[in-house]
Write a protein that binds this ligand. Structure first.
Ligand code: GDP
Ligand code: MG
Length: 431
């Protein structure tokens, strides 16, 4: 990338220099380049696999040059159309190139960034001090609830993008899928954790899931107990409300009564009363994740419950799932939807390769892992008909998600007892 310095205002060069001074990298050199929306979109896709424009991207130079002289740290690409403040974007990108990472440093980088911006005086502001800042709120919302009550659908509806896998069969969400919902004008961000269904521990996998629920809840600011309004409150919901209370009594529990679109008028009052009576539940919100009814009230209430603090993800982000994991989930969704009960949820999908070609075609290689030969036979089908069907359905979903043509190469390989194989679970990112 060659920086077109004639386009870069001096204030940005100064912001970069000030940042380098602040972090003590006196001999660093960074190229800043201003790019348009199309280019930043392309760069974002190539670098992070995220298919949309963003405000700023940092491209570090690989390895540290041992030769004396100015150190090449890398490039910062900024898209002014997508920035609330280009100076802030320049400081942000520079800090990334200096090795800072706000996603894992407990606020260190963002605090530093704020200090630097204060020192150089925010652009547009006069000398009477910095412009009044928007107080932002951000926090974690943990979703719990029996399988199939609509947690994934709810996360997707709140985030406004499809991030978690939705299926009409229970227990398809094994990983903690996060959705991120941000309202930049109002200044809040909700990080939604779609928890796997809480169950009584049965094998290694479900024990791990239970542990995960407790861990995720420990860091949550609010817990949502989602129930299926159509079915009413049952023993499973009571079990979960107790489990939530037991896992962390500090976290307020809001009960979301979902699928209100399926409830007859007379029955609603009963369900809502039962929901309010659940142990630990402090508030009840009737919604339909499908139609969107009641979601605005719920989201506003959640936003109000978030603690004051910096956003945890860039406002344009919708998920923190590595994109290969998301792609694998989309393929697994097709496996589950197209095999019904013959193939259990123990089937895993692993995306082994994603290659984006110049001509706009994305090649994806993935493996489907059943546990037995007979499941493998079902997945492949007579004359390969089933795997073709799965492949075609998955390719369509992947194309929708990536916005490119997709060539999908699927292989079916038996992996016995992978549910009990801790090392394999670790590699899959299921902890
Ligand atoms: P999860 O297992 O709790 O994550 O549930 P999912 O989000 O996968 O949803 C399970 C099924 O319920 C899917 O078929 C959804 O389309 C359906 N569903 C979810 N929310 C609603 C709703 O508000 N109304 C109706 N009618 N169906 C819903
Ligand atoms: Mg789900």
């Amino acid at each position: 990338m060659s920086p077109d310095l004639s386009d870069v205002p001096e204030s940005l060069t100064e912001a970069v220099a000030a940042t380098l001074r602040t972090v003590g990298v006196e001999d660093g050199h960074i190229a800043v380049v201003l790019v348009d929306e199309v280019r930043i979109h392309e760069l974002n896709r190539l670098q992070r696999g995220i298919d949309r424009p963003t405000d700023v991207l940092a491209f570090p130079v690989d390895g540290i040059d041992p030769v004396a002289g100015p150190r090449e740290l890398g490039d910062v690409a900024i898209c002014p159309e997508h920035c609330t403040d280009v100076t802030e974007a320049a400081v942000h990108g520079t800090l990334h190139l200096c090795g800072f990472d706000h996603q894992s440093d407990n606020g260190e980088m963002l605090a530093l960034q704020e200090g630097i911006l204060r020192d150089i005086g925010l652009p547009g502001g006069d000398d009477s001090g910095p412009a009044p800042e928007l107080v932002t709120r951000a926090g974690f919302v943990g979703l719990a609830g029996r399988p199939n009550v609509g947690k994934s659908t709810l996360v997707n509806a709140m985030v406004g993008a499809r991030v978690a896998i939705v299926s009409d069969r229970p227990q398809t969400t094994r990983r903690a899928a996060r959705g991120v919902a941000t309202d930049s004008e109002a200044g809040w961000q909700l990080v939604l954790i779609d928890l796997p269904g809480v169950q009584r521990p049965r094998d290694v996998l479900t024990k791990r899931m239970q542990k995960r629920v407790e861990q995720e809840l420990a860091g949550a600011d609010v817990a949502l107990l989602v129930i299926n309004g159509e079915e009413g409150v049952g023993p499973g919901d009571r079990f979960i409300s107790k489990a939530l209370l037991g896992a962390n009594a500090q976290v307020p529990v809001i009960c979301v009564v979902n699928k209100m679109d399926r409830i007859k008028r007379g029955a609603a009052a009963r369900v809502l009363t039962d929901a309010a009576a659940l142990q630990g539940v402090t508030e009840v919100f009737p919604v339909s994740a499908k139609t969107g009814d009641g979601l605005e009230e719920l989201v506003q209430r959640l936003a109000g419950l978030m603690p004051e603090g910096h956003y945890m993800y860039p406002p344009e982000d919708r998920t923190d799932q590595p994109s290969n994991v998301l792609l694998a989930e989309l393929i697994r969704e097709q496996v589950l939807n197209r095999t019904r009960d013959e193939v259990p949820h123990s089937v895993e999908v692993s995306v082994t390769e994603v290659e984006q070609r110049e001509d706009g075609l994305t090649t994806i290689r993935a493996e489907i892992w059943p546990e037995t030969e007979s499941q493998k036979g079902i997945l492949i089908g007579r004359g390969g008909i089933k795997i073709q069907e799965i492949g075609t359905g998955a390719r369509r979903r992947l194309e929708e998600e990536l916005g490119t043509k997709v060539h999908l190469d699927l292989q079916v390989k038996v992996r016995r007892h992978w549910r009990r194989d801790g090392a394999l679970l670790d590699r899959l990112g299921i902890e």
